[in-house]
Design a protein. Sequence first.
Length: 257
Amino acid sequence: MRIEGKIVLITGASEGIGAACAKEFAASGAKLSLTARSEEGLRRAGGDDALVTAGDITDEATRRRVVERTLERYGAIDILINNAGVGIYQPTWEMPMAEARYLMELNFFAPLGMTQLVAPHMRARKSGMIVNVGSIGGKVVLPWMTLYSVTKFALGALTEGQRMELRRDGIRTMIVCPGYVKTGFQKNVRAGQTPGAVANARKFAITAEECAEAIRRGVERDARTVVTPRSGWLLVAAMRLFPALVESRMAQINGTA
Ligand SMILES: NC(=O)c1ccc[n+]([C@@H]2O[C@H](COP(=O)([O-])OP(=O)(O)OC[C@H]3O[C@@H](n4cnc5c(N)ncnc54)[C@H](OP(=O)(O)O)[C@@H]3O)[C@@H](O)[C@H]2O)c1
């Protein structure tokens, strides 16, 4: 999809990948509607021109407000980027159920809720793109954040299914699977700490700007899946071909082998 002149709604746009997407899409000529809890962060990311709606995206009232305000200001939504998300480093067998539910609420139900509000408008115009920011952990389970992986696998399945559900309506869907990206994600987690071996891999991490560029390119070429960096595909392939080997290495990294 050509981005120039398009209306792009981005969740989780106050920092990290979402804020970098705001800049990347604005530079390509998009009109922005941004949401997250921090109004200050949104204004920093969007400058003077972006429509800013601060609020918690797990709250249905916020979701309705963002979509209504975007339609009031611009009259349409061409691209929805469901990016807001959070991690948790805690074994699932001892995690409070409330935390497990919260992660699903933010990483899965919020994107589903946003899509339910936006899809009818896109269907009426027979055009639109829904971009869900998943994770490489949504392709290969990461044992140091199993529940996070569960939410991202669910988001990946939603993205694939909706692509088929909405095919004849001219709506495309795309799942983005970043590996390690240098953002505040690790410090913003709900609980726990990055295992040492994973934290050390930060030197190989891509920047939020590189991730945003991969997302923008993916939208331009109507991609189904964007894995960034592309070397992430090697891990996906290794898991398919040698699952026992990869699992054993993952458990080693997790300190549970
Ligand atoms: N960084 C990585 O290594 C990495 C790798 C793979 C996938 N991802 C995915 O990429 C996406 C963005 O992550 P990031 O690295 O940019 O993380 P980040 O820097 O922590 O940014 C997260 C964004 O989500 C917003 N957010 C969090 N909770 C929210 C809530 N309840 N309501 C509304 N907004 C909320 C935050 O804004 P406020 O705090 O202002 O609300 C912030 O703008 C996430 O879906 C994440 O799972 C990240």
